[in-house]
Design a protein around this ligand. Structure first.
Ligand code: 3PG
Length: 391
């Protein structure tokens, strides 16, 4: 059920779970993507005359209220993004403050994680939240992998609906892995195989091409007997990588590992580099990016695909020039998407930063605001926040 199914909401108190967990430095929001993602739902509800009560967490205060984790610091930038006035409501006396709000008002309630029972989905905390609202909207896909009081519990005690951002996320993910157009390619990068084992195991059963980049590729190369020198590598996972490659073979999924790479002796901005075949990495060198031949052939793979899901950079992209392969392949994917031959969906904090760096995020079909939730979805898991809405 979506906002279209809510019926008359004029004057109703609507609890809206959003993800306001934005990065901040020196009191400023450094990336307001998540705030912008809430505008459609919160704006629509306020325009329809609801009293909009935004529920969200901020950081991991573990049940201990503290100014560092207070959502009061997000209210001003949030109000700017919404282009509307936003009230802040502390938990103390929240019921009385909510009673003073009028139809069309928008308020942010203090950090849900100031209650220990939020994360344990405690019935008393669910009841306290529920007492403040008549209806519940979950718009926070990026927190839907948590079975918490505000992300899961509330859906069982109040009439529950998916917000516009949640709807858009689920639609895009359905197109990407639920019922995608084949051939499907997945790009999986990042530093460690160990953090994405379940993602890889699931993807080989779902996609036609699995493109492995980043430090993860080193571990796969090493498993294939390649000497990766000083590269970041989880040698102990060699047999696991072998099993994943065997499973891919059985499922007719082609695993793409780099065959040329950019290496350096030091990991720092703009060191001396060499572009070499993977079999020519010297003992004192580390692999920090994919080479141009690998990028070109991966571009050809994408040209023959209809769907792409992307999580994780191909190289050490925060340090120039090791963002080159990620930027180049992202631009190819963006051009194919704009040309209409590819549906491209990306997610994960690093990935979104890399796409922004390449200036192509807007050209992708969909860029998820989720980090952990996107990964769990790529693992094929049911997300409790989504499951509770569909029950
Ligand atoms: C995120 O930042 O990925 C979400 O807000 C969830 O935060 P959490 O990992 O602290 O639950």
């Amino acid at each position: 059920k979506t906002l279209d199914d809510m019926g008359e909401i004029q004057g109703k108190r609507v609890l809206v779970r959003e993800d306001l967990n934005v990065p901040m430095a020196e009191g400023r929001v450094t990336d307001d993507t998540r705030l912008r993602a809430t505008v459609a739902t919160v704006g629509e509800l306020a325009d329809k005359g609801a009293i909009v009560l935004v529920l969200a967490h901020f950081g991991r205060p573990k049940g201990k209220p503290s100014p560092d984790f207070s959502l009061s610091q997000v209210v001003k930038p949030y109000s700017k993004v919404l282009g509307r006035e936003v009230w802040y409501i502390d938990w103390e006396g929240a019921e009385d403050t909510v009673a003073t709000l009028e139809p069309g008002d928008i308020a942010v309630l203090e950090n849900t994680r100031f209650f220990g029972g939020e994360e344990t989905n405690d019935a008393a905390v669910v009841a306290r939240f529920a007492s403040l609202g008549d209806l519940y909207v979950n718009d926070a896909f990026s927190a839907a992998h948590r079975a918490h009081a505000s992300t899961e519990g509330l859906a069982h005690v109040l009439p529950a609906f998916a917000g516009r951002a949640m709807e858009a996320e689920l639609d895009a993910l359905q197109k990407a892995l639920g019922a995608p157009e084949h051939p499907v390619a997945a790009v999986v990068g990042g530093a460690k195989v160990s953090s994405k084992l379940d993602v890889l195991r699931h993807l080989v059963t779902r996609v036609d091409h699995l493109i492995i980049g980043g430090g993860m590729a080193n571990t796969f190369l090493a498993a294939r007997g390649v000497d990766v020198g000083k590269s970041l590598c989880e040698h102990e996972l060699a047999s696991t990588c072998e099993q994943i490659m065997e499973a891919a073979d059985k499922a007719n999924c082609t695993v793409h590992l780099p065959y040329d790479v950019v290496v350096a002796k030091q990991f720092k901005p703009n060191p001396a580099t060499r572009t070499v075949n993977v079999h020519e990495v010297a003992a004192d060198e580390m692999i920090l990016d994919l080479g141009p031949a690998a990028v070109e052939s991966l571009g050809d793979v994408l040209k023959n695909c209809r769907t792409l899901v992307w999580n994780g950079p191909l190289g050490a992209f925060e340090t120039p020039p090791f963002d080159t392969a990620t930027v180049a392949l992202a631009r190819t994917a963006a051009a194919l998407t704009e040309g209409g031959s590819l549906v491209s969906v990306a997610g994960g904090g690093d990935t979104v930063a890399a796409l922004n760096q390449a200036g192509v995020a807007a050209a992708f079909t969909f860029v998820s605001t989720a980090g952990g939730a996107f990964l769990e979805w790529m693992e094929g898991k049911d997300l409790p926040g989504v499951a509770a809405l569909t029950r």
